[in-house]
Write a protein that binds this ligand. Structure first.
Ligand SMILES: Nc1ncnc2c1ncn2[C@@H]1O[C@H](COP(=O)(O)OP(=O)(O)OP(=O)(O)O)[C@@H](O)[C@H]1O
Ligand SMILES: [Mg+2]
Length: 337
């Protein structure tokens, strides 16, 4: 066996830190005078392993942000459990909930919108610490903010600046500094580089990867951009219309996508599709309307492999090592079907 104390720095220590079980969120929406229910997140179950970056990928509207917001308590789940540190977050109240808020933090997509233009960088970075009264005095506060800024590659003198004095990349570094003071266990990063120039994206991704290993963080990295997800994720969950359709180790999943949806998604991004056996294109340009209740596999309308069995819902089942796929035509599921 390898030495656990050294390998822990390099790769995830076994065991989930965050467990989602049958997580479901419905929204009521009105369209053309009628009220509809949209199941934004539909019985999602997945584990986030301590020390890993779990990428969450899928097209616009598939439910990525809603998953993140439920974990952070910004959206209330209709059904299911979010287990963090062994107990259900949804059931936590008072001090236990407050403690979880310190350990689970978010980096947002838009560093313009997420920073208050009238607050100095110091006040923004110190916000969570202020709420939880972790600073003994102003000197300690300033020192800790300075340390957080250094961690994200900014000079501590940035503390006295205001958002309008910063570039987009600097602003997102401030957004990350806010999320690491005090150091959390898990960061949920929702499209953290989507608003940035491509040249800046790589720097911010490198910073996140670096912080992850330096601070021993676990990260859920949400993005519609497969190229970005491929760069940073240890494992990847592919969402389609509120469902996890495939989950597995990042490099293996990108080299050998098994769900027909993952295959066409990856085929549409040539730069990460060197050796995969992907063929076919999306049958239609857009996912089916979220206003229509769908029986069976959510991807059947666009799927090149569709047969009658697809009108029943496929389970997310193991296929190759480390991989689970929800398709009647893949691996164990095909045998069962
Ligand atoms: N507050 C809300 N009220 C009503 N519908 C909502 C609300 N929030 C999200 N939805 C709907 O839920 C579905 C999932 O939305 P969500 O924002 O989670 O998707 P996403 O995968 O993050 O998309 P994007 O890539 O565009 O950010 C969408 O159909 C969306 O319109
Ligand atoms: Mg989103």
């Amino acid at each position: 066996m390898s030495d656990a104390s050294t390998s822990a720095v390099l790769r995830p220590v076994a065991g989930p830190i965050l467990e989602l079980r049958d997580l479901t969120k419905r929204f009521r929406a009105r369209r053309m005078g009628k009220t509809y229910t949209i199941t934004a997140v539909n019985r999602i179950s997945l584990d986030v392993v301590r020390g890993e970056v779990l990428g969450i990928v899928g097209e616009s509207g598939c439910g990525k942000t809603t998953v993140g917001r439920m974990i952070l308590g910004l959206e209330k789940a209709d059904e299911g459990e979010i287990r963090f540190g062994g107990t259900d977050l949804i059931e936590r109240r008072g001090a236990a909930l407050k403690a979880a808020r310190l350990k689970l933090r978010m980096v947002f997509q838009d560093p313009y919108a997420s920073l208050n233009p009238r607050r100095s960088v110091e006040d923004s970075v110190a916000e969570t610490g202020d709420i939880h009264r972790i600073f003994d005095n102003a000197k300690v506060r300033k020192e800790m903010v300075g340390e957080a800024l250094t961690q994200v590659g900014l000079n501590p003198s940035f503390a006295s600046r205001y958002p309008h004095e910063l570039s987009g990349g600097q602003r997102q570094r401030v957004g990350i500094a806010r999320a690491i003071l005090p150091t959390p266990d898990v960061i949920i990063a929702d499209e953290p580089v989507s608003a940035l120039d491509v040249s800046i994206q790589a720097q911010v991704l490198n910073l996140l990867a670096d912080l992850k290993s330096r601070l021993g963080l676990t990260m859920m990295f949400i993005s519609h951009d497969l190229g970005v997800v491929a760069k940073i994720s240890d494992r990847v969950a592919v969402l389609y219309m509120g469902h996890v359709v495939e989950i597995g180790d990042g490099p293996a999943l990108f080299a050998d996508p098994q769900h027909p949806y993952t295959q066409v998604l990856i085929a549409a991004v040539p730069r990460i599709d060197p050796a995969s056996r992907v063929t076919g294109t999306l049958e239609r340009g857009e996912p089916p309307s979220r206003f229509r209740a769908l029986e069976g596999c959510p991807f059947q309308d666009r799927c090149p492999k569709r047969t009658d069995i697809c009108s029943t819902m496929p389970e997310l089942l193991p296929t190759t090592p480390g991989r689970r796929v929800a398709c009647h035509h893949v691996g164990g599921a095909a045998v069962a079907g």
